[in-house]
Design a protein around this ligand. Sequence first.
Ligand code: NDP
Length: 495
Amino acid sequence: MSEVQILESVQQFIARQHGHFIDGENVAAEAVERIELYNPATEQVVSTIAVGNQNDVEKAVKNSHDAFLNAWANTSPYERGLKLNKLADLVEAHAEELAQLETLTTGKLINISRHLEVAQTVIFLRYFAGWATKINGQTMQPSIPSANGEKYTAYTMRQPIGVVAGIVPWNFSLMIGVWKIGSALTTGCTIVVKPSEFTTLSLLRLAELAIEAGIPKGVINVVTGKGDTGQHLINSPLVKKVSFTGSVPTGIAIGKQAMASDLTRVSLELGGKNAAAILADANIDEILPTLLQATFVHQGQVCAAPERFFVHQSKYDELVSKVSAAVQQLKIGSPLDESSMFGPLSNKPHFEKVKHYLDIAQQNNQVITGGKALEGTGYFVEPTLLKVSGVDDPLFIEETFGPVVDVIPFETDQELIEMMNHSRFGLTASLWTNDLSKALRLIPQIEAGSIWINMHTFLDPAVPFGGVKASGVGREFSDAFIEDYTEVKSVMIRY
Ligand code: NDP
């Protein structure tokens, strides 16, 4: 085993006494309480972070509001785009440092941190940078009749909504943080980010890089802490929009809270129990590498990843035996070891949650392959395939957010669609087939915000992303985000 060398800059960063990042600098928190951040592979403390109370949050929001009214309002769209591109340059220049910070606190394989998390962060920043100069209103011709020769014209303008609260989960903190930061900054909003209490460091570092990129102080502030800190943020009267990514229960609570706080706008990207349907014509050998990667990347802790495989009866045995053989070959090990193929779960509460589902499966004899937590140090579990007893089985219904997949046979298309849609969630789904005609007939019947054919779990900034049913409200990326971060102002003129 050879682990990557932790950079000097990373060692210095984790050794710091981190406060909040407000007005371009590290600001000590009022409370003395600290949260310990753990390395999930070693269970050792990596660093500590501050807990934001109401005063800390108010300070951050007030400062962000001042930056919205002054510094950022006086920055032209062209300059906003330039600065976001400059931030992307700096993320590239500090890629290894950011990747190591992510891996140390999330257990993400170092190569996934490098080539997915940090690389996608750059791609998303550049995509959002391009939008800054392209956010426009429309002109329209009113229908009011003219009595005395007077005329009318009208136009709309899109104005930034104000200070955004970005609340971010622990699985891809840097990339998901940048979905919110990029959307806010390109539309002219400013943002106060609340990262997850488990994985806070990479966003604190990104906020520093933003200052180096010339983004004015206060445009990106970061307050750290737990759910309470997020709640203070949502309640702040100066926060005009909440962009939340996380679990369904927290999302519903936040949605209610935001509505009660003078109808603060809210977009919610929530969980899923995503389905991958392997149709009768699928060539299992051909689809296997892509299907496995999409399912087990970051130990299955990806909101978009499949947790239910529906397999045509004729291919069920072949798929089960080939997937089982393949996952048993995955080398489980330290995420800092470049040869590891599967790392730990990201934090202890989540490890306990996944273990709970594995225990249920063991008790009920439902394990096809895997099914156990590893003995020893670290939050490691085996990649797991399960049988379920039916559509009312909790393992069929509840999101595990781990490397745990149900494999369910089906006979007819109708049976397939009924089972795929038998879920409160509707985030993503995929069909694995070369029968395009069949795929095109099935796509409209599937209740999901994103559907892939012969792929899954691939997010692209050009393609809108978001859930239906309990998987969320609103869409990120493409031009869909503009609606959420701007208000339309209508102007009518009589002349
Ligand atoms: P949580 O809902 O537990 O937390 C998400 C964020 O909200 C964290 O920063 C958390 O802080 C904060 N938070 C928790 N409670 C509150 C509250 N009452 N008010 C304000 N903020 C609060 O989700 P996880 O971090 O556990 O992330 C996993 C979940 O996220 C899964 O369900 C997954 O499917 C979903 N997800 C969805 C994605 C999507 O795009 N649809 C993408 C990625 C994940 P703290 O961590 O400090 O508790």
